[in-house]
Ligand binder design. Sequence first.
Ligand SMILES: [Zn+2]
Length: 347
Amino acid sequence: MPKSQFVDFKSVKAAITMEQVLQHYGLLDKFKPGADSLNGPCPIHKGSNPTQFRISLSKNIWNCFSECKHGGNVLDFIAEMEKCSIHAAALKAIEWFNLNPEAMAASADKTEAGESKPPAPKSATRPASSPKPAPTSASESNVPNAPLKFRLDKLERQHPYLTEQRGLKPETIMDFGIGFCSKGMMTDRIAIPIHNAKGEVVAYAGRFVGEPPEGTPKYKLPPGFRKSQELFNIDRAIKEPADLPLVIVEGFFDAMKLYQHGCRKVVAIMGATLSTAQEELIRQHTNRHSHIIVMLDENEAGKAGREDIACRLSKFCFVRVNQFSQPDMEPEHLTVEEVQQLMEGVL
Ligand SMILES: [Zn+2]
């Protein structure tokens, strides 16, 4: 990236949180969370007093009450840590968190007044009707997502959105570790941990509770997180018996609901397209005797996605494409009996 490149500081600032920057430096576990804060020793002057450096999560700013005697925003922090200019700090942030400056410049006006949201991947176009996260871009980097060094553990598990609106049982909620989040970057969203195949948490997805207002995304993913590298629930699915079919669905809630209905060997591609990395992940955990059921939503995106997926996966295992008779049907809305019938069809 040339030094002279125009950088929209405001968008970069809005796209990353202090929490993520601490995580980048491997410092997050030195900090203790408060109601709306993170408190710890100052990483800039390398102090040791655990209350001298305070971060306001909602304002996304920091302050050192000790030697530095000042504070600032997330770019000021990187500039202090790297002993560089704000411009250089912004360029570093773009690189570290895989931000897309062009997309950010285009959406800067929209995000200014609202919440900070990650910029869309370069080729992210999706039908307005699709409720799922944007499909992955073929040009996305193949760098694996690093495991998170923190856990969101103060989540409200019995939130009515989960139990009543989504019909999830307490056991399912606990198994997936999801819950309503009341602070940090996932404030007022349902936090859904995404694990890699080794079972390490690599990100939290945040689902807005109910219908989001215009301009607010239904799902929020951490900036820099590469969804295309992961399959939701892969860590649990690969522990299921080899002779069971692997079911591929689009969304988190499709996977959780099928799991609740006893179909536990299920993964979600978090959209309606399968990335090359996801295809490779499936290939690693299947063999030529394996069965796969592709069960996407019964809409245009789902129909297009499932044809492509079936075509690619049938090169190395048995693939069955599920078709619902009802338009707009989603696996999440299947009853336990319907799930059993569908599974008996292949076993
Ligand atoms: Zn300090």
